[in-house]
Ligand binder design. Structure first.
Ligand code: TXA
Ligand code: MG
Length: 353
């Protein structure tokens, strides 16, 4: 398959020609084809959410396990109703507050959503993205668009079209290029079907922000480090994810102790002739072979994290040591991605006496 590309210069000021090009991409969606498009969180690879065959081809392009359900994207709040059996009151409050935006709500699905889209679940995850190109595309397609992140399954999500092209060239019909994603980590996913709504995937919209709108909610036990033998509520949780090609070890603890431990690990590994990378989340300095810093504040780290993980893949260190940040606010989402990138290979350094 030949993958074509179109480029959007300024999403907030779409030219007539760009609108026409987006319309052409939308036509591909209605024909059952795959379109990579920008959102405010990460790039998505989209197909008609109501067309089981089109949705199946997303799984094939990504190499995604078929039991991992896909988020359905809409361009208008009123388009939600036909997709779900009912909109719970608390869900409506979150929609009023946060849509369009980086929060996905899981509700009981209606009959029009095929089981291919939901990985055989009776529930569907829906969000309205806050990106003019995504909105224009969905509006022109006149169907909801099922779209996971535009990456090969298991790799970091893509935050620019070049990375999406690298992963999906030849596997999708068209890629809409539109700069770097603003947020950089995927949407917060909240299950609204449980008694107490449950965060399945943390994102930039935090538990505290959600609780201000609907009262108490909880984190899924996996997010609290509990291993579960039961069927996962969000199947996406159980797979290795965000993994760079090199082994990544996450070092948790107080900043000073973390720095000391990483310095000593760099030494040990370099003595054995290994090329060592460090992923720095602070102003600490290291004498490693490759040093990458996505940022020093949580929003910046979120924005650049996946990009930096992908840069490591180009340089191929033998091992990467990664600093940690406090698991609070946006830090919770960042640490979730890092723990999975590390495949739970974590060293906890104790405070010095
Ligand atoms: O920001 C985002 O959410 C991006 C952009 C493209 O919108 N999309 C994205 O999709 O991250 P994906 O497929 O990479 O992640 C979707 C997550 C997975 O963890 C999946 O298991 C979960 O949402 N999910 C989807 N439908 C679900 C459902 N019915 N019940 C529980 N979890 C669901
Ligand atoms: Mg993904």
């Amino acid at each position: 398959m030949r993958t074509s590309t179109i480029e959007i210069e300024n999403p907030n000021k779409l030219s007539k020609m760009e609108k026409e090009e987006i319309k052409d991409a939308a036509k591909l969606i209605t024909e059952g084809k795959l379109v990579v498009f920008p959102t405010e969180t990460v790039y998505g690879v989209g197909a008609n959410a109501l067309d089981p065959i089109a949705v199946k081809s997303i799984f094939k392009a990504k190499g995604r396990p078929s039991d991992n359900p896909i988020i359905v994207h809409i361009c208008d709040k009123k388009d939600l109703k036909p997709l779900v059996d009912k909109v719970p009151e608390k869900a409506q409050k979150l929609i009023d507050k946060f849509w369009p935006g980086p929060i996905t709500l899981v509700m009981n699905k209606s009959e029009i959503i095929p089981f291919e889209t939901t990985g055989e679940l009776e529930t569907v995850a829906v969000r309205m993205p806050n990106h003019p190109v995504a909105i224009e595309l969905i509006r022109a397609a006149k169907v909801p668009i099922a779209a996971p992140s535009a990456n090969i399954s298991g790799k970091p999500s893509t935050t620019n079209a070049d990375h999406a092209f690298g992963d999906l060239n030849g596997k999708v019909d068209i890629i809409i290029k539109c700069g770097e994603s603003e947020i950089g980590v995927e949407s917060t996913v909240v299950d609204m079907t449980t008694n107490l709504p449950q965060i399945l995937r943390p994102g930039i919209i935090t538990k505290e922000q959600i609780e201000k709108v609907i009262g108490k909610i909880e984190n899924h036990p996996r997010l609290l480090g509990k291993e579960l033998g039961i069927r996962f509520r969000s199947p996406g949780m159980k797979y290795r994810h965000y993994a760079p090609e090199s082994e990544l070890i996450l070092i948790k603890g107080k900043k000073k102790e973390v720095k000391k431990r990483i310095e000593s690990l760099i030494n040990q590994h370099q003595k054995r002739g290994r090329v060592v990378g460090v992923l720095v989340l602070s102003d600490s300095k290291y004498k490693a072979d490759i040093i990458k810093c996505p940022g020093k504040t949580a929003p910046k780290i979120a924005q650049n994290l996946f990009k930096v993980l992908r840069e490591f893949d180009k340089l191929k260190p033998d091992i990467i040591f990664c600093e940690s940040i406090e698991k609070r606010g946006i830090g919770f989402a960042i640490m979730d991605r890092l723990e999975r990138a590390a495949d739970h290979k974590i060293i906890e350094v104790k405070d010095e006496e």
